[in-house]
Write a protein that binds this ligand. Structure first.
Ligand SMILES: NC(=O)C1=CN([C@@H]2O[C@H](COP(=O)(O)OP(=O)(O)OC[C@H]3O[C@@H](n4cnc5c(N)ncnc54)[C@H](OP(=O)(O)O)[C@@H]3O)[C@@H](O)[C@H]2O)C=CC1
Ligand SMILES: N[C@@H](CC=O)C(=O)O
Length: 447
């Protein structure tokens, strides 16, 4: 339906990097369809940058740029603020100030949303305003709104997915093209996928923020990033990916939050060796994928581009059009959720931990102490044909099963001789593997 009198909506944009530029481009390209769907003429009128003289991929009048964010968020002529500068400060202050001045806010800032633990959202709701953050999780995938507003008929029990485009891109390039970790990371940065500090991506922090945001929405737990067991991908080598291929698996950085029977929630971010048949195994490049498991609907899966200027801009503009259609917060967040308690797996009860077991892939230097540990606790230790030859002299690669989870976290992962230990989700025994005893293993690995 065409609307004759467009309502002009004035946007203040905080940040004009990868995502900010994507927002400007997309609002320009799709100005007409957005107008047709909302009746609004959306205009970016003022933009915050650090360096106004920087060469940009989008052209804005020099007068539209400012280095003073407060000037934007306090400007009475601005209706909606989009925050895409990232980090905690000045983002938090600017968002709060924008809300205080009666503006709806859209943010892509997962670090802030996760670490803020709901305070800004509560502040927005108190003022009858919307603080929306679809772009903070899964790039262009509409997962936040779905979990927040759609699953009212359900209790959600598990969230599992690939939530970082940079890491998935790096692992894909290492596996398929034999690129080094450093080369693949450089490419991910030049494509605009990585965070300003890429350690956030490769050490698993970014995935932890996103998992925490989803867990908070789905389970009504406080969004505590500190409650997540987090491991990144920096220790992975292409040899580990080759080994995975030999046993019919691949390696992905997976975020997972599960409600246990006693109501506690386990949350982890870790590279996992997963079978090729796992739906996440075929998620390549910058794509993300998330599966939600709930009691009534069962499993729901979502996939799409998890990073990059346009997919992220898409999520931001979806938030924008949602605000234009429904400026009043739809539901108070705590009205419809069920409550469970959250627990880091490292602090679950000893009994529970020692009753669960881990299957793992381990790369280690050939120290006798770690063999002692593995052969004391693992039910089965295996090598895959040729595994010990893959990485030259100093590494031994093996698969173990039946290690008590408590031993895995408290001893194996902290062992000096350990180079890498990740969960192995493939079949047992791993294809083409041979069982080894302790003496045999020591000889085998040193051969
Ligand atoms: N890149 C992606 O694919 C995705 C990113 N996000 C999130 O979106 C946000 C932005 O990411 P991205 O666009 O990649 O980041 P960039 O580093 O590309 O851009 C950041 C922008 O913010 C400006 N800026 C940063 N700090 C300040 C400051 N203190 N004062 C004024 N301006 C500042 C920079 O100015 P200048 O240009 O002058 O340096 C730049 O324009 C982050 O929260 C990120 O986590 C979310 C989903 C995907
Ligand atoms: N750096 C992030 C950007 C999107 O959230 C990623 O790679 O996923």
């Amino acid at each position: 339906m065409m609307i004759d009198q467009p309502r002009v909506v004035r946007i203040g944009l905080l940040g004009l990097g990868t995502v900010g530029a994507g927002v400007v481009k997309s609002l320009k390209t799709n100005h007409q369809p957005i107008f047709e769907k909302t009746g609004c003429d959306v205009q970016v009128v003022r933009t915050l940058v650090r360096d106004p003289d920087k060469e940009r991929v989008v052209r804005l009048d020099r007068e539209a740029l400012t280095t003073d964010g407060l000037e934007i968020v306090r400007d009475p002529s601005i209706d909606i603020v989009i925050e895409v500068i990232g980090g905690i400060e000045p983002a938090r202050t600017l968002i709060r100030e924008a809300l205080r001045h009666g503006k709806h806010v859209i943010s892509a800032n997962k670090e802030l949303i996760a670490k803020d633990e709901g305070a800004l959202i509560a502040y927005a709701e108190k003022h009858g305003l919307r603080l929306m953050y679809e772009a903070s999780v899964g790039g262009g995938i509409p997962i936040v709104r779905m979990v927040e507003t759609y699953l009212t008929a359900n209790r959600v029990y598990a969230i599992r997915g690939i939530l970082n485009g940079t890491c998935n891109y790096i692992l894909t390039r290492m596996e398929e093209d034999g690129q080094s970790f450093a080369e693949a990371l450089r490419d991910a940065q030049s494509l605009g996928y990585a965070e300003a500090d890429p350690e956030s991506d490769v050490e698993g922090f970014d995935t932890a923020y996103k998992l925490s945001i989803l867990a908070n929405l789905a389970f009504s737990v406080p969004s505590s990033v500190a409650a997540i067991d987090r491991f990144g991908i920096t220790k992975l080598q292409s040899d580990d990916l080759s080994l995975a291929a030999r046993v019919g698996c691949t390696i992905k950085l997976i975020g997972e939050a599960r409600v246990l029977e006693d109501g506690t929630v386990l949350q982890s971010v870790t590279p996992r060796m997963i079978p090729r048949a796992d739906s996440l195994a075929s998620v390549r490049d910058v794509f993300n994928a998330v599966t939600i498991t709930a009691d009534v609907v069962g499993e729901l899966s979502f996939m799409g581009r998890g990073a990059g200027e346009l997919p992220t801009a898409s999520a931001i503009i979806e938030d924008l059009t949602e605000i234009l259609r429904s400026p009043v917060p739809r539901v108070r967040r705590d009205q419809y959720r069920h409550t469970v308690s959250v627990s880091k797996s490292g602090v679950t009860s000893m009994d529970e931990r020692s009753s669960r077991h881990v299957k793992g892939y381990i790369r280690m230097s050939t120290s006798e102490q770690i063999f002692d540990l593995l052969f004391q606790y693992a039910q089965d230790v295996r090598v895959v044909s040729g595994a010990d030859e893959v990485d030259g002299e100093s590494a031994a690669h093996c698969f173990v099963c039946g290690v008590p989870e408590q031993v895995w976290y408290e001893q194996v992962l902290h062992h000096d001789a350990l180079q890498l230990a990740i969960p192995y989700d493939g079949v047992w025994p791993p294809p083409n593997s041979v069982v080894v005893g302790q003496k045999e293993a020591q000889i085998h690995f040193r051969a």
